[in-house]
Design a protein around this ligand. Structure first.
Ligand code: MN
Length: 440
């Protein structure tokens, strides 16, 4: 798998016969000035190219011969005492299949022997290369890796499916465990239990377990609130398998029964997601899909009487962005917000809502992305809008202030773009009747 990734990357350097690519792996980090080590997770680009999961590694790839040299740290006997058995070089050869294994103190001589024309590295590694007396070229490798990582191979998709499967189950377990009076952290514990028991120890992001008004905070971090009867609960959480992430969101009533208003708002978001999913196929663009979801949201809000005016006008005046202020989705892979959303030369769109889109690429088969429309009642956005004469005429000035503690609803699935449309990796119930059935 990683050999294939290196071959793919080298096709972008095929005119350079005497260059090298230098990748610096991750190092362990500590909590402030203490010896407490944070769990180590390899840097995604070197993980993509080598599969090497340990800290303090680097990789040298020759663009002419394709040879891959894994650079490993020379560990002391003390290291073995505290951290466990030190693997001999031979074992790394078996594990990751490099053409050469060298120790880090041999790297300067190794580079001298290679005598490359150009040393390509990521922007953060330039200083290391200068220390070896070479001149780094930091302008190409990052974009080249992003280009490679956007289109997933079948093996990568298999890993993404394994990550999705664990998160699917964990979401379902949380949905069944929720009850009025539970703490948000209890639900995080349920989720973590059901992902970690599959060996998926790393979370790809810290997860949102937000009840009541907290569900309208896009990156809500607190988890100490008690879930109230009659409130909504939003869970945005995923898991990670061999570095590959899942990222799923569901929102449902704490007591298992939607109120008529919650049901209306919920169905608007589900409608928006369905409109978006129906547009996922090669050739379409994320911003158009985003706008289709936004149209569904303002249309739904108008039909429930919360906003006023024609759909075109509500779109033109960016009224949708008051309720759906974030991007529709992002690429998913070794990083949750995966690389490659903005190829070189593509700018962000300076328009409310669209400004935060994390991807503007035209869809191609093999891309993996999230589709996650949301509808929120955010006082920080609605209060000023209600006082702004250019938009207040579109808003129901009586009912909206009553919804300032409603929170928000987001529904997020992970999909693969296929030749004939898309494949959805997310199986957690999202139809209202199904949710109510599962919640008993
Ligand atoms: Mn997401």
């Amino acid at each position: 798998m990683h050999h294939e990734h290196r071959k793919k990357l080298l096709t972008l350097f095929k005119d350079e016969k005497e260059s090298i690519l230098f990748l610096k792996g991750g190092t362990v980090s500590h909590r402030y000035d203490t010896d407490f080590e944070y769990p180590f997770r390899q840097e995604s680009n070197i993980l993509y190219l080598t599969g090497a999961e340990e800290p303090d590694m680097s990789a040298v790839i020759h663009t002419g011969t394709g040879e891959f040299t894994l650079v490993i740290p020379r560990r002391s006997a003390q290291y073995a005492v505290w951290m466990g058995v030190v693997r001999p070089a031979e074992q790394y050869r078996e594990l990751y299949g490099p053409d050469h294994v060298i120790y880090d103190d041999e790297l300067p001589d190794w580079l001298k022997k290679l005598g490359p024309d150009t040393v390509h590295c990521l922007p953060g590694a330039g200083e290391d290369i200068r220390q070896f007396g070479l001149t780094p070229e930091t302008g190409h490798l990052k974009d080249a890796l992003a280009w490679c990582r956007v289109l997933k191979t079948d093996e990568e998709i298999a890993f993404l499916k394994t990550a999705a499967a664990a998160a699917n189950q964990a979401h379902l377990e949380v949905m069944q465990a929720v009850y009025p009076g539970a703490f948000e952290y209890e639900m995080k514990a349920v989720f973590d239990y059901h992902t970690i028991r599959h060996g998926q120890i790393h979370a790809p992001y810290s997860g949102i377990f937000a009840s009541g008004p907290g569900s309208a905070i896009l990156h809500h971090t607190g988890k100490h609130r008690r879930l109230g009867d009659g409130e909504l609960f939003l869970v945005d959480a995923g898991s990670e398998y061999h570095g590959y992430a899942s990222d799923i969101t569901r929102t449902y009533p704490v007591n298992g029964r939607f109120t008529p208003l919650q049901a209306d708002i919920y169905d608007i978001v589900l409608d928006a997601q369905t409109s978006a999913l129906n547009m996922i196929r090669p050739g379409n663009k994320m911003e158009d899909v985003h706008l289709a979801a936004a149209r569904a949201i303002v249309t739904g809000l108008r039909d429930t009487g919360l906003v006023k005016g024609g759909t075109d006008e509500l779109m033109e005046k960016n009224v949708f962005a008051l309720f759906f202020p974030h991007g529709l989705g992002h690429f998913l892979g070794l990083d949750t917000h995966d690389v490659g959303g903005y190829p070189k030369g593509t700018e962000k769109i300076d328009r409310p809502g669209l400004r935060f889109l994390r991807a503007r690429r035209i869809f191609e088969a093999g891309m993996v992305l999230t589709i996650e429309p949301g509808l929120y009642f955010i006082p920080a956005l609605l209060e000023p809008a209600l006082g702004d004469k250019t938009v207040s005429g579109y808003l129901n000035e009586k009912r909206l202030p009553e919804l300032f503690d409603f929170g928000g609803i987001r529904i997020e699935d992970n999909v693969i773009v296929r030749e004939d449309g898309y494949e959805n990796l997310t199986t957690v119930p999202k139809i209202r009747q199904e949710i109510e059935l599962v919640m008993g």
